[in-house]
Design a protein around this ligand. Structure first.
Ligand code: ASP
Length: 591
C-alpha cells in the first residue's frame, strides 16, 4: 500500500501504530535538535518528526516544500502543551519518521521553485494563479470550493432523484439554440462547410424529452455563449437544467425551494425559510426599481405623484402631470445627518443611472427640511411623511422623471445606500421569485418585438386573448419566472408553449418567418404535433449560486479551470492556432 492513512486521519486512537503517509511537504521547521515537517493532502495536515537520518537528508537539502513524498513512522502523542486544537490530527505526530526512497526514487517527486506560496495563492496576480491553477488548487482554501461544489452536486442528484427526476445528457455538438447569444461553432469534417453549434442551453432537448414522456428531467449541463465577457461571466458555464411535465409554476417552485433548503442546510448549516417571497415583475419594478430586488434590506420605493402634482415645485409638478411620469422616492431611516459630500455622492450615483438630479427632504418633527421644502404646504409635507412612514431624523431621496427612468434611478440607489449605511448582512440568503414577466420587449434598434425570456415561454392566456388582437404586445404577461438571491438573478425559467399553432404564432410575432423557424426549430414543431404534454422548467446558474452561498466574489473561484476576461485559459493556452493539415481536412481557410 502506498499509504496506510491520509494526512487528515490520525488521532489519539492511533497512538503506537505504524503509519505510512503520502502527501505534499507543506512546511519544514527546524527547532534546535528536532526537525518538523507538515505533510498535507486533501484531507488535512499531519505533523512529522524526522528521524536522525531523515534530518541529515533534510540538512543536505533533499527536501523542499511541495515535494510529494512518502513518509513512514510511528504515531505518538504530541508533548503536553504543543497540541494544535485547530487540527483533527492536532493531538498526535508521526515520530521517528523516515522518508521512503532517496531523492531520485519514484517515492520522491520533487518540486521546482514555486511561482507563489501555496497558502497565499489567492493574494497573487490572478493570471499567474490561473496559469499555475494546479498549484493554486493545492491551497486548501481554494480546494475547499471545489469540494463544496462536489457536495452540492451530490445533494442535487439525491434530492432530484427522490422527486422522480432522471438525469439525461443532451448533445454538445448540436444546432443553434435560442438563448439569443452568439454561438460557439464547430466545423464538421464529414460535412464540409457545415457547423455544429455548442448549446447555449439544453432548452429544446429538454422540451423534447417531455414530449417523449420522460416526465421529469434534470442535467448538470455545460452551456456555451460567445459573448464579450462582462465582469463575472465565463464563455462556458454550468446550469442545473430542469424540466417537468403536467405542472404549474408552484409545483416547480416547491422542488427548487426544497433543493436549495437541502443545500444550504447541509453545506452551510443554514435553515432557509420557505416558501420564498413571491413578487410580480410589476411589483418588483414599482417597489424596488429592479427585476432582481435585493430584499436583505428594506428601502422600498414609494410614489408620491398624487401628493405633489399640485405643488409649486415645477419639476415635480410637470413629472406628475405627464401620463407616463412619476415622482417617487426612498426613505433612509436616520439618514438626515447626511453630509453635503454624501449627498453629492448619491447624486452622482443617481446621474449614472440616468437621473438629472436628486431631490431630498430631511424629516423633522411633522415637517420637512430641504432647499425645496418651501414649495410644499404643511398638508402635503405631512402626507409625504405618512406615505413613507418616516420618523424625525430620516432622509427621503426623490426622483421625478418618466416612470421607468425614475424607478431605475431609485432602484440603482438602494444598494449603494444599503452598503453605506451597513444595512446588508453578507451572510443572509434572501431568495425571492419574480413572476409574470412581460412576454415581449421592444427592440428599438430593429424596430420589432423580441421575446423577453425565450420564444418557448407560454403567454398568460387572458392577456394573450385580450391584447394580442389589439396588438398591444407590451401589455402581455408571460408565465416566465426568475429566482433572485440577494439581488442576483440565479435562475430563470417558464411554463412553456406545448401547441404547435401557438408556437408558430409567437415566432411570427417576433419576426421569424416560416422558412427560418422550420430550419431552426422544425424538429420541435414536428414533435409538438404528436401529443405534447403541458410542461415547464427552469435553469439555475450553478457557478453563481455556489459563489454567493460561499460568500466569494468571483465565479472563477468555484470553477476548477476558469477562463480569463479574454476567454483564454492561461493554463492550457486555449484557444490556439491549428495546423494547415487540420484546416484542410475541415475545408477551411483563415481569412
Ligand atoms: N434555457 C433557459 C436559459 O438558459 C432556462 C429555461 O427556460 O429553462 O435561460
Amino acid at each position: 500500500m502506498l499509504r496506510t492513512f491520509t494526512c487528515g486521519e490520525l488521532t489519539e486512537k492511533n497512538v503506537g501504530q505504524k503509519a505510512r503517509l503520502y502527501g505534499w511537504v507543506d512546511s519544514v521547521r527546524d527547532h534546535g535538535g528536532l526537525t518538523f515537517i507538515d505533510l498535507r493532502d486533501r484531507y488535512g495536515k499531519t505533523q512529522i518528526v524526522a528521524s536522525a537520518d531523515f534530518q541529515a537528508a533534510i540538512h543536505r537539502g533533499e527536501l523542499k516544500t511541495e515535494d510529494c513524498v512518502q513518509i513512514e513512522g510511528q504515531v505518538a502523542l504530541r508533548p503536553k502543551g504543543t497540541e494544535n486544537p485547530k487540527l483533527v490530527t492536532g493531538k498526535v505526530e508521526v515520530t521517528k519518521a523516515n522518508i521512503v526512497g532517496g531523492p531520485k526514487s519514484a517515492f520522491h517527486s520533487a518540486s521546482s521553485p514555486l511561482p507563489f506560496e501555496i497558502a497565499k495563492s489567492r493574494e497573487t496576480n490572478e493570471e499567474l494563479r490561473m496559469e499555475y491553477r494546479f498549484l493554486d488548487l493545492r491551497n486548501p482554501v481554494v480546494q475547499k470550493n471545489i469540494l463544496t461544489r462536489h457536495r452540492i452536486y451530490q445533494i442535487i442528484r439525491r434530492t432530484l432523484d427522490k422527486h422522480g427526476f432522471i438525469e439525461v445528457e443532451t448533445p454538445i455538438l448540436t444546432k443553434s439554440t435560442p438563448e439569443g447569444a452568439r454561438d460557439y461553432l464547430v466545423p464538421s469534417r464529414l460535412n464540409q462547410g457545415e457547423f455544429y453549434a455548442l448549446p447555449q442551453s439544453p432548452q429544446l432537448f429538454k422540451q423534447i424529452l417531455m414530449v417523449s414522456g420522460l416526465d421529469r428531467y434534470f442535467q448538470i449541463a455545460k452551456c456555451f455563449r460567445d459573448e464579450d465577457l462582462r465582469a463575472d461571466r465565463q464563455p462556458e458555464f454550468t446550469q442545473l437544467d430542469m424540466e417537468m411535465s403536467f405542472i404549474e409554476e408552484n409545483d416547480l417552485f416547491l422542488v427548487v425551494e426544497e433543493l436549495l433548503k437541502e443545500i444550504t442546510k447541509e453545506v452551510m448549516g443554514h435553515e432557509l425559510k420557505t416558501p420564498f417571497v413571491r413578487m410580480t415583475y410589476r411589483e418588483a419594478m414599482a417597489r424596488y426599481g429592479s427585476d432582481k430586488p435585493d430584499l436583505r434590506f428594506g428601502l422600498p420605493i414609494e410614489e408620491i405623484s398624487e401628493i405633489v402634482k399640485n405643488s409649486e415645485f415645477k419639476i415635480f409638478k410637470d413629472a406628475a402631470a405627464k401620463t407616463n411620469g412619476i415622482v417617487a422616492g426612498i426613505c433612509l431611516p436616520q439618514g438626515a445627518s447626511i453630509s453635503r459630500k454624501e449627498i453629492e455622492g448619491l447624486t452622482e450615483a443617481a446621474k449614472k443611472e440616468g437621473a438629472l438630479g436628486l431631490a431630498y427632504f430631511k424629516v423633522e418633527d411633522g415637517k420637512l427640511d430641504s432647499p425645496i421644502a418651501k414649495f410644499f404646504d404643511a398638508a402635503a409635507q405631512s402626507k409625504i411623511i405618512k406615505k413613507f412612514g418616516a420618523s424625525p431624523g430620516d432622509l427621503i431621496l426623490l426622483a421625478a422623471d418618466e416612470r421607468a427612468k425614475a424607478l431605475k434611478v431609485l432602484g440603482g440607489l438602494r444598494h449603494p445606500i444599503a452598503q453605506w449605511k451597513n444595512l446588508v448582512s453578507e451572510r443572509e440568503f434572501n431568495f425571492c421569485w419574480v413572476l409574470d414577466f412581460p412576454l415581449f420587449k421592444w427592440n428599438e434598434e430593429e424596430k420589432r418585438w423580441d421575446s423577453e425570456h425565450h420564444p418557448f415561454t407560454s403567454p398568460n392566456f387572458e392577456d394573450w386573448k385580450k391584447y394580442k388582437p389589439a396588438n398591444e404586445l407590451g401589455k402581455i404577461r408571460s408565465r416566465a419566472y426568475d429566482l433572485v438571491l440577494n439581488g442576483n438573478e440565479i435562475a430563470s425559467g417558464s411554463i412553456r408553449i406545448h401547441k404547435k399553432e401557438l408556437q408558430q404564432e409567437i415566432f411570427e410575432t417576433i419576426g421569424l418567418d416560416k422558412e427560418e423557424t422550420d430550419k431552426r426549430f422544425g424538429f420541435l414543431l414536428k414533435a409538438f404535433q404528436f401529443g405534447a404534454p403541458p410542461h415547464g422548467g427552469i435553469a439555475l446558474g450553478i457557478d453563481r449560486v455556489i459563489t454567493i452561498l460561499l460568500g466569494l466574489d468571483s465565479i472563477r473561484e468555484v470553477i476548477a479551470f476558469p477562463k480569463n476576461q479574454k476567454a483564454v485559459c492561461p493554463m492550457t493556452g486555449a484557444p490556439s492556432p491549428i495546423n494547415e493539415r487540420q484546416l484542410k481536412e475541415l475545408g477551411i481557410k483563415i481569412r
